[in-house]
Write a protein that binds this ligand. Sequence first.
Ligand SMILES: [Zn+2]
Length: 297
Amino acid sequence: MLKYAIVPVVLLLAVSSAAAHKNVSPAKPKEKAVPAKQLFGKVTKAALVKSRAFGSYAKGCFAGGSQLSSVAPNWQIMRPSRNRNWGHPQIIAYIEKLAKDAKARDGWPGLLVGDISQPRGGPMLTGHASHQLGLDADIWLLASPDKRLSREEREKFSAVSVLTKDKKKIDEKVWSEKHLKLLRRAASYSTVGRIFVNPVIKKKLCQDAGKNRKWLSKIRPWRGHYLHFHVRLNCPPGDKNCKNQPAPAAGDGCGKDLAKWFKPPPKKKKGFKFKFRPKPELRLADLPRACRQVLTQ
Ligand SMILES: [Zn+2]
């Protein structure tokens, strides 16, 4: 009991003294009670200041974001009503370049772009633990159709899985060599830290990559990610308050790391009940202090 009584007092003291030191007012009691996703989720425009990311991919925000235009010759943004086509200028430039290069050099007709970030990042009202720094983007594993979709179509157009129904194999009727080329192109830029795909997709890439395998280290297996792949850029150089993830291990990641995903789950002990405890919701006070300013800029 004592432990729980002490922690908030110590935390409060730390927060208030740090806030006084930096001349930043501590979070108001009302703000403290509101989940940060509600505060960031209702902001409709970027903070028009110098571009900077604060915090980590799953606990942060960004200022000075740009908006990816909805439709362009090489891409279309999907689910426009979500207003999540905002990001750090680096990811906007990355998507524009990837879309252009993939079309010109790999024959990928155009990107369908899913969620990037909210105008100032932060936690979202639905989906995604990350995408908070404006440096993550989801790109569909379905090529853009050869026509400009209307806003309504971009709202409703269905994504297509590259896996079979049981999600155990690649659906060879959907998958093509162009998918490999697109993912290889997506991983080829030095700004990219990681790309998340379903373990079954990673396995397929491991099988088909041939001799050039360096790019495979950035392709990381993760659950889901069979309708889209998730690109994560490194923190922009000089952005001191942006926390990078350690670089993925060298090598193609096709060995033990990947095999773990295909092991059968451990058998449950008799009488053992697994209790799912959702993570507590992030409050403004859990994010870097700069995020409070980002919200009001
Ligand atoms: Zn994502």
